[in-house]
Ligand binder design. Structure first.
Ligand code: G6P
Ligand code: MG
Length: 218
């Protein structure tokens, strides 16, 4: 039986995926690199430095910068991102998430976070949700980023739950791949065509229903 639900943060619990997009877009345009929403899908769930590398490759500038310059560019993106998230409040929790969490708590299941963001704890605090999580695993505590399953496996281990007894919730293709690699049931949020490998896809967080998901898990 299912014993835990492990959430991604950005784009699942709150709409910070949109702020990451905006901050990368501004940086890319400063570098004269055209940046689209379609390309941005490839950055979801991917670490800050890996995202920058992908943008530089997109612009044909993969070799144009020293490590120091790349660090400065990544810092610049993060500074912009920090200004965008500074006004986050509990009102910014995405629709249906509080109800879904309440359902998970009512069933006595554990709740974990598996986020590739170094800003994850600050965002959860601004949302007033940090105390809901029994375990928080973020980019500061894992070696390999999504799509590697490490972050979800670590969350399950810290929750003391078998991966097969976990549901993972993600809005990123790399994240769904990580959940499946970990041997968990994958719920994706977004357009169906983006998530061929998910076990279940909801277009929006307000469709999340533990009652509907549980019978589908093995
Ligand atoms: C999340 C987002 C990515 C972001 C990454 C790193 O996974 O989906 O878009 O690049 O976190 O976030 P950070 O806040 O550490 O730059
Ligand atoms: Mg995400």
């Amino acid at each position: 039986p299912v014993q835990a639900v492990i959430f991604d943060l950005d784009g699942v619990i709150t709409d910070t995926a949109e702020y990451h997009y905006e901050a990368w877009k501004v940086l890319a345009e400063e570098l004269s690199i055209p940046f689209t929403r379609e390309f941005n899908e490839e950055l979801k769930g991917i670490s800050r430095m890996e995202s920058l590398e992908k943008i530089l490759v997109l612009g044909g500038k993969a070799h144009g910068f020293t490590e120091e310059q790349k660090n400065a560019l990544a810092d610049k993106k993060n500074e912009h991102y920090l200004t965008l998230i500074q006004n986050i409040t509990p009102a910014d929790v995405l629709p249906g998430i509080n109800e879904f969490i309440a359902e998970i708590e009512a069933q006595g299941l554990k709740i974990g976070l598996a986020s590739a963001s170094k800003n994850a704890i600050a965002v959860l605090e601004s949302l007033g949700l940090k105390d809901k999580f029994h375990v928080i695993v973020d980019a500061k505590t894992v070696h390999r980023g999504k799509p590697d399953p490490e972050i979800f496996l670590k969350a399950a281990r810290l929750l003391e739950v078998e991966p097969g007894a976990c549901i993972g919730v993600e809005d990123a293709a790399a994240g769904v791949e990580a959940i499946k690699g970990a041997g968990m049931f994958a719920v994706a949020i977004g357009a169906k065509e983006l998530f061929a490998h998910a076990d279940l896809v909801y277009e929006s967080t307000d469709e999340l229903s533990l009652e509907a998901i549980l019978p589908l898990v093995r």
